[in-house]
Design a protein. Structure first.
Length: 426
């Protein structure tokens, strides 16, 4: 009796196993995931991360004449915190004056030296010319004495008379020569005074330029606004302790927050898709609930290599359409650039598409059987691709490779479908 019940139990178990094997879908498809083609609007987008900045801004400059006084690097000693709202004429920054003070001390010494040389040259010239004038007076007296002797020798012996005439002529020539020499010495004095005056003027100008530059070492705001730190070519902010270049003496900026733009960088693979005028959907990391729109306004023609990256990227500027008082420079944005938009199309997930040589195909289940179907594809985005021929909305597509595809034939498109789809896809 026990054996009979044992055989009945074993038979029942065997029956259940057979039924499970018979009812299980072929190829272990209980875990197979399917997708169906969808019909509706289709967008091709490029998604990037950007940073907000004001499209227009007023630059805050440091001293503009430091190259003339041979100061080329200006260290920032104090700087208002970024984001501070300042009024026109309000304090923004203070630059290090140590090098300026050294140059000012040297310039004052040069000025004193030039003033001393000027005074010495003036006295020397005055003394020399005074002596020459006295000499001319003495020579006039000598000539007058010689003239009198000549007149007195009228009735003397011929030799005495001739000697008196010679003495008079010599005195006359000495006076004439002294007058000519005096004129030359006056010209020499004028030339020397011009030289020392030029040196004195140069020293005075240097002292004046240093004094004027010193007044610019305390930097004030040219307009009302919010202070935003300047960034160098590496993207680093210029803060306290940094240096301002004499060739580009911008210390900070006052942005116009009424018009903002997002500066982003697109890789060299996607840059061919980007053109000015394309619409953009903009999100804020600081406020994910806020959605903004924008337009591509500028696409760089030359790529660059950003810090800590080996890939070449191109700068793209996106102007934000909405004016929002909550927008601030340096906020991070997510930018979805709409490259192409189709009002209605049939599209499938990229995971369902397989490629062999130049053929694109999908694994599809139709009428209870597995098929390998060639498809003609159109535009692609990050997740889906448009199907122009080969599928309809009722098809069930495999999201992963079926368990057994050995010997599975490829269902080719009709020639007219291939030609039509090729033409429309191009």
């Amino acid at each position: 009796m026990k054996k009979r019940w044992l055989w009945i139990a074993l038979g029942g178990v065997a029956f259940v196993v057979v039924m499970i094997l018979m009812l299980r879908p072929e190829g272990g498809e209980t875990s197979t995931l399917y997708a169906q083609p969808q019909r509706g609007p289709f967008q091709v987008t490029v998604t990037t991360t950007g940073e907000l900045k004001a499209k227009n801004s007023v630059k805050i400059y440091g001293p503009g004449s430091t190259r003339q006084i041979h100061i080329y690097q200006l260290k920032i000693m104090r700087l208002v915190p970024e984001g501070s709202v300042v009024q026109k004429g309000g304090f923004v920054a203070e630059l290090d004056r140590s090098e300026l003070n050294t140059k000012m001390s040297d310039a004052n010494l040069e000025l004193q030296k030039a003033q001393s040389q000027y005074e010495q040259a003036r006295l020397d010239t005055s003394l020399t010319l005074s002596k020459e004038r006295d000499n001319q007076v003495n020579l006039q007296y000598s000539m007058e004495e010689a003239r009198l002797r000549k007149e007195q020798a009228t009735y003397e012996a011929p030799s005495v008379k001739r000697q008196a005439e010679i003495d008079y002529e010599k005195a006359q020539r000495a006076l004439e020569q002294a007058v000519e020499n005096y004129a030359t010495q006056v010209k020499q004095g004028i030339a020397k005074m011009r030289e020392v005056e030029a040196e004195l003027s140069k020293a005075q100008n240097m002292v004046q330029m240093l004094a004027e530059a010193g007044q610019q070492f305390t930097i004030t705001a040219p307009e009302n606004g919010m202070v935003v730190y300047k960034r160098d070519w590496r993207g680093q902010k210029l803060t306290t302790g940094g240096s301002v270049n004499a060739w580009d003496p911008v210390v900070a900026e006052l942005p116009d927050l009424s018009v903002m733009e997002s500066i982003t960088y697109v890789n060299e693979v996607d840059i061919q898709k980007i053109n000015a005028g394309q619409s953009v959907e903009i999100g804020l990391d600081a406020d994910p609930s806020k959605k903004l729109t924008g337009t591509v306004t500028r696409v760089a023609n030359i790529g660059e290599q950003r810090p800590n990256s080996d890939a070449k990227v191109f700068e793209v500027a996106i102007e934000v359409s909405e004016a929002d008082t909550t927008l601030r420079p340096a906020m991070t944005t997510s930018n979805t650039i709409v490259v192409a938009e189709i009002p209605e199309a049939l599209y499938i997930p990229l995971e369902t598409i397989h490629t062999q040589d130049t053929l694109n195909f999908v694994f599809v289940r139709r009428g209870g059987r597995l098929m390998r179907q060639e498809v003609s594809l159109g535009l692609l985005n990050e997740n889906e691709a448009i199907v122009e021929a080969g599928l309809d909305e009722a098809d069930r597509l495999y999201l992963s490779l079926p368990a057994d595809t050995t010997g599975l034939p490829l269902e080719r498109l009709e020639p007219n479908e291939s030609l039509a789809s090729t033409g429309s896809g191009s």
